[in-house]
Design a protein around this ligand. Structure first.
Ligand code: GDD
Ligand code: MN
Length: 397
């Protein structure tokens, strides 16, 4: 059967398209559509349900065919050879007829009864409405293990630099089609499509409607560890998108923080070795002992520098990972050499100037590290991971 949209004639702008991404949800489809049909007709707006299924082969197509045969405005889009919740939602939005877009899960975790409240938010001027688990009046079914709860809280915390919404992780939301089209380039990795849309569509007026989030009855959640890792990558990309070089400075400092730990550990280890009777015997005089400390400091810095390079290449500048590694390493080490020199100099000479640092060599090393870090970021950002300019110094082979 056809949907209740004969065409996109004027006056149908109030139509609502409900997009449901599915993977192996055959048992949930009829109960879901049954509940939607209890709600939508009373609104006096045309509506459709679009199921975007990633080739589940579990009889979903059969169920949808039956529902459509009963005259319900339900359509199935089957994607073959692709998997992904977020991309399914975006594909669904792209095929929707309504000027209002709703997204929800198939597993009845999201109550269709809350759709009217979401639509009211949009009618009231919101550019994004969330069916939220974390506003007063909302609740979740029992049996949300500690793991899922902590997981959800940490994920929400990480989203804080992007939106003050309480539940930007939700898979239940509504937005006007015009807002959806504001997004320049969507990058639908992972599960957090709402967050992606809020950031990329520049949503300002975000309203939340409390829902009761029910546990799924049939089938299994598809949220895996891989999705958690994907989420971290997603957060990084959104941060780079929204905060540009400031986001990279932040990551550079994070990496630098781990590098500092590597540096100090290596230095402490070398100093320990230096305190060994054998090493003591080799550095009998005060002068040779000092030299050994200087050498230990230099070696620890080199180890940390190498660590930092590979970590920055992997995370902070992951988009430049295609570049030639040795060329980048060489530039990184050259760039850092001045910072490393500053680090080394301060670490080695503070102790000769102040008794405190003479007694605490690692404290001197910390001061040296901080001075070096600031210097290094500036050069690394401007030179090491710089973009190649077209036509200048071409790729060679
Ligand atoms: N097309 C398609 N492709 N759909 C998928 C895929 C996929 O690869 N993976 C999952 N889905 C569908 C499921 O069939 C379901 O309808 C919906 O996406 C949510 O998947 P679940 O597996 O039930 O996810 P969840 O319950 O762990 O996560 C839900 O709650 C989270 C918050 O706790 C989702 O709503 C998440 O978006 C939300 O962050
Ligand atoms: Mn679910």
């Amino acid at each position: 059967m056809s949907s209740s949209f004969p065409s996109r004639s004027p006056g149908r702008g109030d139509a609502v398209s409900i997009i449901v991404p599915t993977y192996r949800e055959a048992e949930n489809l009829r109960p879901l559509v049954d509940r939607i049909r209890q709600v939508m007709p009373a609104l006096g707006r045309s509506w459709e349900v679009i199921i975007v299924d990633d080739d589940s082969r579990d009889g979903s197509d059969q169920v949808i065919a039956e529902l459509a045969a009963e005259g319900l405005p339900v359509r199935l889009i089957t994607r073959v050879g692709v998997r992904g919740l977020s991309s399914a939602v975006i594909d669904g939005f792209g095929r929707a007829i309504g000027d209002t877009l709703v997204c929800m899960d198939a597993d009845l975790s999201h109550p269709p009864e809350a759709i009217p409240a979401l639509l009211d938010c949009l009618a009231g001027g919101a550019d994004f409405a969330i069916g939220s688990r974390y506003v007063p009046g909302a609740s979740t079914d029992e049996g949300w293990g500690l793991f899922r709860w902590v997981n959800s809280k940490v994920a929400t915390l990480l989203a804080w630099p992007f939106t003050k919404a309480r539940d930007p992780m939700a898979g239940f939301f509504a937005l006007p089609r015009a807002v959806f089209h504001r997004a320049a380039a969507l990058n639908p990795i992972g599960y957090k499509i709402a967050l992606e849309l809020i950031v990329k569509c520049g949503c300002k007026d975000i309203r939340e409607v409390p829902i009761h989030f029910a546990n799924r009855k049939f089938g299994q959640s598809k949220l895996s560890l891989k999705e958690q890792v994907n989420y971290l990558k997603h957060i990084k990309r959104l941060a780079d998108y929204k905060y540009g070089w400031f986001s990279r400075l932040f990551q550079f400092c994070l990496v630098g923080g781990t590098g500092a730990v590597v540096d100090l550990s290596a230095y402490a280890l070398l100093l320990d070795l230096g305190a060994h009777p054998l090493a003591r015997a080799m550095s009998a005089t005060e002068a040779t002992h000092k030299l050994m400390i200087y050498a230990a400091r230099a070696l620890a810095i080199l180890v940390a520098m190498t660590w930092n390079f590979f970590f920055n290449r992997r995370v902070t500048y992951s988009h430049m990972r295609g570049g030639r590694v040795w060329a980048q390493y060489w530039r990184f080490v050259s760039a850092c050499s001045v910072g490393a020199g500053i680090n080394w100099f301060i670490s080695c000479f503070l102790p000769s100037k102040a008794a405190f640092f003479k007694a605490h060599l690692l404290a001197a090393a910390i001061v040296g590290i901080l001075a070096g870090l600031l210097f290094n970021f500036t050069l690394s950002h401007l030179w090491v991971f710089r973009r190649r300019q077209r036509g200048v110094g071409g790729e060679g082979a």
